[in-house]
Design a binder for this molecule. Structure first.
Ligand SMILES: [Zn+2]
Length: 232
């Protein structure tokens, strides 16, 4: 029993990052493959296709990083505000805070006397840490880290975007469109399966779902490229 619970706790922490990275890579594949197919369908030559794809990679990675930084930073701000409020309450109403923590442990199934003793001992050890963890759900392991999140998001997007770009660079000109399309679908299906597995969902459904939306995005963008290429 003890061994299983320890394993689960570790897995959960890593799964969050894995899922975020896989989803970031999916974004990179879908948006860059669609961009490459759109420009290729407008009869651009390979260097223009690669230039557009590379610009899309950098722009996408930067916008992912900016978006992630802003959203995680606002989470970090609200965590800090909560901790500041808690610190103040611990300074101004320590008895009330003892009762509050004991009530939390009682609600989790501890006997009143034991709950009070645990609250006293944990608050004597590190009151703010005990309240942050058990009252606010803020733990060191899960603290919001805006820079790391932004970096991980940009990297996973860029890693995903590189895949269709490599295919576009290596494919024969005559087969560029179908090869980028097929290879990107394959990459998406594999990543969709990994994300589903990481989240404990059905792998097949995860693969199909991302492949369907990826295919739709690529087809619509290629059609738009063909249309504008014909007009231009
Ligand atoms: Zn409290």
């Amino acid at each position: 029993m003890h061994r299983r619970r320890h394993h689960e706790r570790h897995v959960t922490g890593r799964m969050g990052w894995l899922r975020a990275s896989v989803l970031g890579a999916n974004d990179g594949i879908v948006s860059t493959a669609s961009l490459v197919l759109g420009v290729a369908a407008a009869h651009a030559d390979r260097s223009n296709i690669l230039t557009a794809g590379l610009a899309g990679l950098v722009a996408g990675a930067m916008s992912m990083a900016a978006g992630e930084y802003v959203s995680v930073h606002s989470q970090a701000d609200s965590e800090k505000a909560e901790l500041d409020r808690e610190r103040h309450e611990l300074q101004t109403d320590v008895d009330g805070e003892h009762r509050e923590l004991a009530a939390i442990y009682m609600a989790r199934g501890l006997e009143p006397a034991l709950a009070r003793r645990v609250a006293v001992q944990l608050m004597a050890h590190d009151a703010l840490d005990a309240h942050a963890r058990d009252e606010l759900g803020i733990t060191e392991a899960l603290r919001a880290r805006p820079l790391q999140a932004a970096g991980a998001s940009a990297l996973s997007f860029a890693a995903g975007a590189l895949l269709p770009l490599l295919v576009a660079a290596l494919a024969p000109a005559s087969g560029l469109l179908p090869l980028v399309f097929a290879a990107s679908l394959l990459f998406l299906a594999v990543l969709g399966g990994i994300a589903a597995r990481a989240g404990g969902a059905a792998i097949g459904t995860g693969m199909l779902r991302i492949a369907f939306w990826g295919a739709l995005a690529m087809i619509i963008t290629a059609a738009a490229g063909k249309l504008f290429g014909a007009i231009g």
